[in-house]
Structure formats: structure tokens, C-alpha cells
Ligand binder design. Sequence first.
Ligand code: LRH
Ligand code: MN
Length: 431
Amino acid sequence: MTPRMPIDPELIAKHNARLQQDLAADYDHLGAVLARRGVDLEAVTARIQRFAVAIPSWGVGSGGTRFARFPVAGEPRNVFEKLEDCAVIQQLGRATPTVSPHIPWDRVDDFRELREFAHSYGMSFDAVNSNTFEDLPGQLSYKFGSLAHTDKAVREQAIAHNLECIEIGKQLGSRALTVWIGDGSNFPGQLNMTKALERYLESMRVIVAAIPDGWRAFIEHKLYEPALYSTVIADWGTSFICATQLGANVQCLVDLGHHAPTTNIEQIVSRLIQFQRLGGFHFNDSKYGDDDLDTGAVNPFQIFLVFNELVDAELRGAPGFAPAYMLDQSHNVTDPVESLMESAVALQRAYAQALMVDRAALNSAQESNDALMANRTLQSAVRMDVESAIKMARQRNGGAIDPVAVFRESRYRQCKASARPQDLTGKSGIV
Ligand code: LRH
Ligand code: MN
């Protein structure tokens, strides 16, 4: 069954036809440059074609800060409209075939219907995210935590929610549960930090026991926010210890924005790969805190250094290496569809540049402690202009050579602005 296409395929064909000749010239040039380095461009392009990253369902609506949220006219009003927009990102960019849902934000009466709706666009579901950081009417409050709460009744409520997310994930075809909790404290002395982690582990044991065969549970650490003095799962070390305590199907999820500004994230990634606990990523960028900015928009070298570790693991066949790639961003001043398309391209770019690294030269420079040559080997890869390889991969996958240009030409957002009437008065908080 050919998937439904939210954008007129003719528009993409005409656009690609206009840009085809220049792309071919740039591609041939890159091929010649790489051939001199002993790198086969076709092999690189084929790997880029297979690269995939999941879209966060909560990312296609405009985000917000504690100060305000500025809705975009025509933004999705429910999960079905979110999936439509995700299908646009996939049709034009061809690197985002899955969506990571968030419960209860994406709750519907019939999840099988939702699965079929996604499939009608050729989309499927990735890791399901639980939410025990917001209160729902008639529920016990998560003000003082959830899985690590001092009150057994609140912990049981949070456990039950995660068990329900697993059941929902089964209906959606997900194969992983992501558990991020905001539990922590705002004052020294407020929390017995040892007991809090013991309560967390006790709660997670119940959840992990319900994880189906073939599934994984991802523990997502975060340094701070909403807790501003201590966070129960604050760093990769705590996440790693918990994963090793809880079971082989429990791994660590690295959200790039969840670290102190000076943290060496690529080293954390190399450690988690080495000990087979790298579950996956929430890619985004940040300058200060958990800013959830567009991937590669602020510090593209950071993403390259992470992919340098990932490509090294991929090429040496690191045991247990199967990271789940997901975006986790909040879009306050751009069109979310455009930001998500550009962010997927930023990941393809980092991946392609990491594939350009002369690993033999890097290895001999490292082994001979030739620091300058080692760093230069990396720098020469990140300086490679790989745009034609990414565009060729996208076009061969059936996408648009320039997705944002076609998205704007399609006037999709303007069409949705009239099809999705809503009050655009700004208010704070994530969709
Ligand atoms: C927490 C987080 C987590 C999600 C939420 C939307 O900051 O990164 O992954 O549940 O953002
Ligand atoms: Mn995240």
C-alpha cells in the first residue's frame, strides 16, 4: 500500500529536477576528493540513506518557556494532526520514519486506530515516553516526586502509569519505554538521597519486570530542573549503576541538554558503548541549560564528536551496539516542521563527517601520542563539505533535495492555518 503523501509529489519532482544538475556536479566533485583519500562516496551515501532518527510527537507543536508560549498558526491540535506533520517531515527528508509518543499528551481511545493512522502515512512508533512529572485531575500529586516519592501510594500510581505506557506501546508497536523522572529536591536536607534512590530502584524493578521480550527500558538522566538542588537520576553514572542493577534490557538514554555546560558528552557515550549500556539519544542543542534547541544549531562540533564515537563503534562492530536515535526539542521561534527537518539533516551531516575520519591515521596518531596529528585528522573530517552526499541520499530515498524550500513552496502551514482554527493567544509551558 503506497503511503498517503501530505505534500504533492509533483512539487518534489519539479524541485529536484531544477536542482539535479548542480547536485550531480557537486557529488562528482566530492567523489573525486574522497577517492584521493581512499574513501568510497557511494558507500558513505548508502549509509546516510539508512540513517534514521525518531521525531518527538511533542516537537511538532510550538514549545514554550515558563514565560510564554507563542503558538504557530496551523499547528497540530491533537496526535492525529501531529502525525500528519511528522509525515511531512518524513516525505520531504526521508530520515525520520518513526515517532516517539508521550503519554498522556498523545492519549487516544483506540491506540490500534492510531497505529493504523500512522501506518497510512508509512510511519511507525518508536520508544514510548511516560510522564510522572505533571499532575492530572483526580490523581495524587507528583509535587514531591514520583517513582522515588516518600509516599508508597504515589510510587504505586507512577508505577501503574509506566505499566500502562508499556501496554500502550505494545498496541502502537513500540519496542522501548523511556523513563525520565524529575524527582529531586530544592533544599539541602530536604531529601534523604540514599533512600530516594532505593525507592526509585524498588519502583523500577516492578516496571522492568513488565518489559516484554525484545523490548528495552531507557533511563534518562538529567542534571537539574525541575529539581534545583538535587536530582535522583542526575547523571550518567547514576543511570549506569541503576541499569546494571535492574537488568540487561535496561540501558541509558543520553539527552544532550541534560548535562552541565562543560561536560564531555562524547566520553560518556564512549563509556556507555564500552559497557553495552548505550540505549539511545535525545538529540538537541543548548548553550546554557536544557534549552532543547535545534540539533547542531549552537555547537555542531559537539554532535560531530558524539558521532565520531558512534561511527567508531559501528565500524568496529562493538558488541550490543544498537542505539535508538530520537530528537527531543522545543521550538519557540521557528516552524517546528522546518526545525525538525533541519535537525535530522544536522545529524546526517555529523554522521557523514564522522564517516570521513581516516580511522587508520587517527589510530596511529593516538598510539604514537601525536596529539596534533590526531586532532588534525578529526578536524579535516569535520571540515569536509558533505552536503551533496546528504542531498543525494535524500533524493535517492525519494525526498526533496531541499526539504525546507519545498515545505515553504507547498504553503502547507498556511493551508493548515485555515484547516486547524485555534486561539493563538500565548500561554506558558510545553504543548
Ligand atoms: C525532560 C525531557 C524528557 C521528556 C521531556 C519532554 O527534560 O528531556 O525526555 O519527557 O523532556
Ligand atoms: Mn529528553
